[in-house]
Design a protein around this ligand. Sequence first.
Ligand SMILES: [Zn+2]
Length: 360
Amino acid sequence: MWRPLSAIVFLVAIVNPLAETRHRDQLQLDDYLDYDGVMEYLDQLARTYPDRITLKDMGLTYENRSLKLAMITNGDGRLGKRVIFMDAALHAREWMTPVAALYTIYKLVVEFEENADLLADFDWHIMPLANPDGYEYSRKTNSTWRNTRTPNVGDCIGTNLNYNFELGWGVGFPELKDSCDENYAGSAPFTEVESRTVRDIMHSLMQSERGVMYLSLHSSIRMVFYPWIYDSKPLLNEGEHVEIAKFVADQIFQSSSTVIRTWQYGEEFGGTSIDYAFYVGFPLSFAFELSGLDHNHVDHGFFPPTSEIRRLADESWTGIRAFGKKAIEKYPPSRAIHQSQEHRTTENSATRTWGLDPVV
Ligand SMILES: [Zn+2]
């Protein structure tokens, strides 16, 4: 019986190329994609949905990989909408983070109808691999690799991108200065093309007055945290951050019973991307530490078994969707964005190199 059946399948495939396209537009969640797999999936979506997703090469890494930004809109042609900017895998070994970023792209582009509320007045700009050299090295050579792959002075390689941003750079603990340590903050702020690229996207979104929320994906300690990390002062709009973080944690707990803790770190270390985002004017800035728990609550840290990817991707989407919903609710187009002008840095030399007048 298999011959006639396979002939029918073959015929259906020929007469229904749309089904084949739909199949390719599904995100593969049975294994972790490598760099090429991530790029191919983005290209596939951009071919099928050119009015909803635009890809832009924002920079080239030391090993010549693209820092690719996916810009997602609902295709209504309105330009200049407010933007939620999300990145993933600044830390190379956090393998669930590009999965969560790609799954978000899938939800916004392919399952557009179910998520149209997230795109009515907002665009989403998503960088699924913010450290592709490190990610490839982690996937293929040394899974616990965390940093970039740029050589340092001496024999050691790599800088920790989440200590390489300017605000409070180098403040914290001695390993930040050790070029052979996985916590190395670089020889100066923004030594790495990856952190410079994220910075430039932030600046551009501030200058065009579009940036509302910066969301940086990490794993796997099941937390939502918000600035300041380098300073103990509360944010001017700390209440909004607390409310949103708790909402995200509640949504996840209700759907999967995973407990997500929420807090401001406060005076721990400098150079993080979320501190920098708030500093340059994003009114909302969060790091979302995804779960590495399997369905029996065994913690697999950075490397959940592939059989758990789909479930964890769903859980991450529950959280990311909650972030988006709340950001849109808090900052509708009718509300002016108040910049954090009153915050002044202390002993470190962080400065704004571009002007922004406070919105009153
Ligand atoms: Zn991390």
